[in-house]
Write a protein that binds this ligand. Structure first.
Ligand code: GDP
Length: 692
């Protein structure tokens, strides 16, 4: 029953996926031999393909861990380098090329390395075997080879031929066995010859009688015996099996059989010698299977130790907290949705209202400045003889059409501002900013992929909603574009509200003045340059030319600052003057709206805000609050593949380590269970065999 080896090879593959194979050595067959002993030819005969690096100066520099997997149902034969992720390679010359490249990649000064190349070959024509091909022993270093090479190869081989591995010692028939480096090396670690199989190659090169003698050697007696082979691929010109991708097993066997059967006396069925690649293959399977069986116990114990270690780490470092990529994603998503819900409960109509009103206040300030407050001079030139609206405003004659026109134009500017777009954009950007903030404070912060998915979800929903909402809102406020009635209580409220707005603006201007003072180096200096600018404006001083490059002993930069100071001072004056006006009796009554455009415009802004906040609350907030969590679920929940979830979770190094421990522990538990059932099977089998 050849199933232990297959199972054990599977188990080793599993252990390799969690990087455990180093500590847990399952027995392999280690192939050693001198250079040119025919080692590669034997391996290729077993596999049935030429796939090993060849060439006069080709020294194998890395061990090749060759796993053969028997696939009885399949037709195709292919190789795989699990560590390289190249996929299935059906062209064996490609495998040969890859192996050559991997060998050449080892720097010459390093000679050889014990970092193995893993290669798996799947075929219906190979047995389940685990072989390790090692660099061939060399006698004398070649011309361009370092002198330590010989030494290093011996060291490397020595590391691999330790128990529980089986040694496949290759020697050529045309070399005296006493000179076989492979047999000598094996003798050192296996003095009683219990786990060494001797292979004598090139049997065709010696006299048949001498060949048969070699196979029954008593001097180097091996319990597992010797097998004689002829592994040369027959060089029939143009032959079907000689070169290329065809299987060479048949050709070799035919050639071998022809040779051995032509010497029936020495190698025939009557003799007790063991010959032929087929026999060798069977022997390898049998020996490896038995070795696997006898190492089951120690391997189980080693896995148990590993498991104990992983369990300990899991307990101490992670408090036994179970974790999978799925559970991590689900928890993260839940926490995020929770924080979003929390946010949505605190961000409603009042918050929208405050935001919109603030935005409109700024618009009102701009309008006031444009239509009422700006003095007509800005430059370093004397003023034009024109009326100053600010001085005129308090005396405004309500019957004068100029003041009607000014106020009507201002309020119409406000209503025709495009409130629909403006308000929708303000609220949508605020929602987006809040979502960004929530992401930054969530576990998703460490996951670029999820961050992007969430951001995309919210931006696309907001974009889509905004499109219709801004148009619809514009329609809602349409009536205000034609006629605005302000009630008494609205007037009172507007008066209070605009006072606060102007006071805040005043404070900001005063702070800005201080800032300019600091920038020019003190209040006195600013006052001097502002004084100069004032004198120019009043026509007391005339500047020759444009004044670019400085004037009156002040640099251009200083004049610029001075102008900023003058602007701010004037603004402060205006604000103070208007605050007083609003406070006065005149502005207490809405009848005097032409005297008090600030109050009226504030009341208009308030009406617009009320319409907009109601609409946006119903249309934008509630819809977003409903759709967004569902979109998250779709993008990060249902629609992710297993691989994507895994990739997501592993983006965070802390989670990756946690997942690794859990995975290693689970895998070792699984492997241990498998091993236990194998041991039971094995025990039952033994009982069955030994029962009389
Ligand atoms: P390695 O260096 O030990 O891997 O040896 P190779 O497998 O490359 O073989 C060395 C040389 O011996 C090659 O030219 C092979 O063709 C030849 N060779 C291998 N096996 C046999 C054999 O059984 N009979 C004969 N006549 N030549 C062989």
């Amino acid at each position: 029953m050849m199933m232990l080896t297959k199972k054990m090879i599977e188990i080793r593959g599993l252990l390799q996926t969690v990087g455990q194979s180093d500590q847990l050595t399952l027995p392999s067959i280690v192939v050693i031999g001198s250079q040119s002993s025919g080692k590669s030819s034997v391996l290729e005969a077993i596999v049935g393909h030429e796939f090993l690096p060849k060439g006069s100066n080709m020294v194998t520099r890395r061990p090749i861990e060759l796993t053969l997997v028997n696939t009885p149902e399949a037709k195709a034969e292919y190789g795989e380098f699990p560590a390289l992720g190249l996929g299935k390679i059906t062209d064996f010359s490609q495998i040969q090329k890859t192996l050559t490249d991997l060998n050449l990649a080892v720097p010459a000064e390093q000679c050889v390395t014990d970092d193995p190349i893993q290669l798996r070959i799947y075929s219906p024509n190979v047995p389940d075997l685990s072989l390790i091909d090692l660099p061939g022993y060399i006698q004398v270093a070649g011309r361009d080879q370092p002198i330590e090479l010989k030494e290093k190869i011996a060291e490397l081989c020595n590391k691999y031929i330790q128990p529980p591995n089986v040694i496949l010692a290759i020697s050529a028939a045309d070399v005296d066995l006493a000179n076989s480096t492979a047999l000598r090396a094996s003798r050192k670690v296996d003095p009683r010859g219990e786990r060494t199989i001797g292979v004598i190659t090139k049997m065709d090169l010696v006299d048949a009688a001498r060949g048969a003698d070699l196979l029954t050697d008593r001097k180097y007696a091996l319990r597992l015996g010797y097998v004689g082979v002829v592994c040369r691929v027959p060089q029939t010109t143009g032959g079907l099996f000689t070169r290329g991708n065809g299987n060479i097993q048949k050709a070799i066997t035919r050639n071998e059989n022809a040779y051995f059967s032509s010497h029936p006396l020495e190698f025939g069925p009557e003799t007790d010698v063991d010959v032929g690649t087929n026999n060798l293959r069977k022997k390898l399977m049998y020996v490896l299977e038995n070795t696997m069986a006898s190492s089951l116990k120690t391997t189980s114990e080693a896995i148990q130790r590993e498991l104990a270690e992983a369990t300990y780490e899991f307990k101490v470092q992670y408090n036994d907290r179970p974790l999978s990529a799925e559970s991590y994603l689900a928890e993260s998503l839940d926490a995020f949705k929770h924080s979003f819900k929390d946010f949505s409960e605190h961000f409603g109509r009042p918050q929208v209202r405050e935001m919109l009103k603030h935005e409109l206040d700024q618009q009102v300030l701009t309008l006031l400045a444009q239509r009422y407050w700006n003095r007509p001079f800005d430059d370093l030139q004397p003023p034009l003889p024109e009326t100053d609206p600010l001085i005129e405003l308090p005396k405004a004659d309500p019957d004068n059409p100029l003041w009607h026109l000014k106020l009507d134009a201002s309020s119409s500017s406000l209503t025709k501002l495009g409130i629909g777009r403006l308000a929708t954009t303000v609220v949508a950007s605020s929602l987006q900013a809040h979502v960004d903030h929530l992401i930054a404070n969530s576990t998703f912060a460490a996951h670029p992929f999820a961050r992007q998915a969430i951001t995309e979800a919210s931006t696309s929903i907001l974009r889509e909603l905004s499109y219709d909402i801004s148009d619809e809102l514009e329609i809602c406020i349409k009536p205000y574009k034609y006629r605005i009635e302000v009630e008494d209580h609205e007037w009172t409220k507007g008066r209070e509200s605009v006072t606060a707005v102007l006071k805040e603006e005043l404070l900001m201007c005063e702070n800005a003045v201080k800032q300019v003072e600091n920038e020019v180096g003190g209040r006195k200096k600013l006052k001097d340059v502002m004084g100069f600018i004032d004198r120019v404006r009043n026509g007391q001083v005339v500047i020759e030319g444009s004044g670019i490059g400085g004037a009156g002993g002040f640099s251009a930069a200083l004049l610029e600052k001075g102008r900023e100071g003058v602007f701010l001072r004037d603004r402060v004056d205006v604000l103070k003057m208007r605050l007083m006006a609003i406070k006065s009796k005149q502005c207490a009554n809405k009848k005097n709206k032409y005297y008090c455009p600030e109050v009226f415009l504030d009341a208009v802004a308030d009406k617009l805000t009320t319409t907009a906040d109601l609409f946006l609350d119903a249309e934008l907030l509630s819809k977003f609050y409903y759709v967004f969590p569902r979109e998250l679920e779709a993008r990060l929940g249902r629609n992710l593949s297993q691989a994507e979830i895994e990739r997501f979770a592993r983006e965070d190094p802390k989670i990756r380590r946690h997942l690794d421990v859990v995975r290693r522990k689970d895998l070792l538990e699984h492997v241990l269970k498998e091993m236990e059932s194998l041991r039971q099977l094995e025990a039952r089998e033994k009982r069955g065999i030994t029962r009389p």
